[in-house]
Design a protein around this ligand. Structure first.
Ligand code: BGC
Length: 425
């Protein structure tokens, strides 16, 4: 009798232990399964201008946690053109990466969170005291219904024009502050045989980004937001005006724009073949770290004309998908990502500013310092091209409409396509 009672106790204990080791938290370090101790980081940061920050981050994380293996699962393609499709297939097939790059705003909240695919991270924010360390508006961008779903590693600015200093000096061009001044400068450059504006819209998002900045310039920050909130229709006369101005900007781009990606277009500015580039400030990372150009010597920058005092926010964030095996290790990675140390390693290389407000300013050059100040003082608006302003369905259709507009230049068709797509915002 006694013996079999003891045996039953052992069986019960074994069952309890098995149940524990099957829990998400314990698995990463104890189950010895295929993915335990491996954190798979999924992003689109590959190659020039994109990879250096990620590699430095991974290196620092591996030094801190030598027992955790990192798998860099980056899929090439600016703005995530290819990565987002690969991610969608994996998420639908219940094969999520341990963590993945996702923009704060609709891409996260109306995408993966709404689909019930993400774990809330409020505990991580509490534990690390992050609620006072990230700006409230940024936490809002990664929250839905009071729950926080990701950790922002950076803030990029989208409404910047970078320019070749030498070209501006040679042709006596001043930084334009209005669209009219911009067109005057562009005309002067064109007459002198310089391509005024570099564009690489092999994938249409860089053109969409010019369009969104033109919208911001014409509508101003309040009505720009209202447009994406559905309070202003897409056939509003100011949207039509912005489309016309966008068309006019396209008169000044390089002929081979559709054959280039964003790095190739930045190269035109670096080589002095083109004068200006409207690109998020990942281009700053590319100019400084890859092309070794000096800030305010080789290249300068100004707000997209008519958008001074406004900041188009693009934030790269990482969250915790449901159903992954090694939650504990992934949380260690996310905790690291949210630290000032990690943010100050990553952002000076990436061209972005830290998402935290208490990072070490001395690690950033003049551009970074100014961007930090501007971020604090400006009206913040979400970017369409980078997934924050509208749901993915609308963005896909807006990119298609932009792509057609770039070749056909028919404002009417463009506006109609945008309006038809707006039910998907
Ligand atoms: C991301 C940046 C990236 C850029 C170009 C944006 O959507 O937020 O981190 O550098 O795309 O790929």
């Amino acid at each position: 009798m006694k013996k079999s009672y003891g045996f039953l106790m052992l069986v019960a204990l074994a069952l309890v232990l098995a149940a524990c080791s099957g829990s998400d938290d314990a698995k990463g370090s104890s189950d010895g399964g295929e993915k335990s101790n491996t954190v798979e980081i999924f992003s689109w940061w590959t190659g020039a201008g994109e990879e250096a920050g990620l590699l430095a981050l991974i290196d620092a994380f591996e030094k801190k946690y030598p027992e955790i293996k990192v798998e860099n699962a980056a899929v090439a393609g600016g703005a995530g053109t290819n990565a987002k499709a690969v991610l969608a297939t994996r998420m639908q097939g219940n094969d999520p990466p341990s963590t993945f790059q996702v923009h704060g705003g609709d891409e996260l909240n109306e995408g993966w969170v709404a689909a019930g695919k993400m774990e809330p991270l409020n505990d991580l924010y509490e534990k690390n005291g992050w609620k006072d360390k990230f700006p409230e508006e940024l936490i809002d961008l990664v929250s839905k219904d009071g729950k926080i779903y990701s950790v922002p590693v950076n803030i990029h600015r989208g409404n910047v024009i970078f320019y070749n200093k030498k070209v501006f000096e040679e042709h006596n061009i001043k930084e334009p502050t209005t669209l009219d001044e911009f067109f005057a400068a562009a005309e002067k450059l064109k007459e002198a045989g310089v391509t005024p504006m570099a564009l690489g819209d092999k994938n249409s998002w860089p053109a969409t980004q010019i369009f969104e900045n033109t919208l911001l310039s014409v509508l101003g920050p309040d009505d720009y937001k209202k447009l994406f909130e559905g309070e202003i229709p897409w056939d509003d006369e100011r949207v039509v005006k912005a489309a016309e101005k966008f068309g006019k900007i396209l008169d000044y781009v390089n002929e081979d724009h559709s054959a280039r990606n964003w790095q190739d277009s930045a190269q035109l500015v670096a080589d002095g073949e083109a004068a200006m580039l409207n690109m998020g400030d990942w281009a700053k990372g590319y100019f400084s770290n890859d092309l070794k150009m000096k800030t305010n010597k080789d290249f300068g920058y100004f707000e997209f004309p008519g958008t001074k005092g406004e900041f188009a926010v693009i934030t790269d964030t990482f969250g915790l998908p449901k159903g992954i095996e090694n939650k504990k290790d992934v949380k260690k990675f996310l905790t690291f990502l949210g630290s000032t140390k990690a943010q100050d390693i990553f952002n000076p290389l990436k061209g972005s500013i830290p998402a935290r407000t208490d990072a070490d300013e001395s690690k950033y050059d003049a551009y970074g310092k100014e961007a930090m100040k501007d971020f604090k003082d400006s009206r913040l608006v979400p970017s369409l091209a980078h997934g924050s302003a509208a749901a993915a369905g609308f963005l896909t259709k807006a990119n298609q409409a932009v792509n057609i507009f770039v070749t056909q230049r028919d404002v009417d068709t463009f506006i109609k396509a945008l309006k038809a797509a707006s039910s998907e915002m």
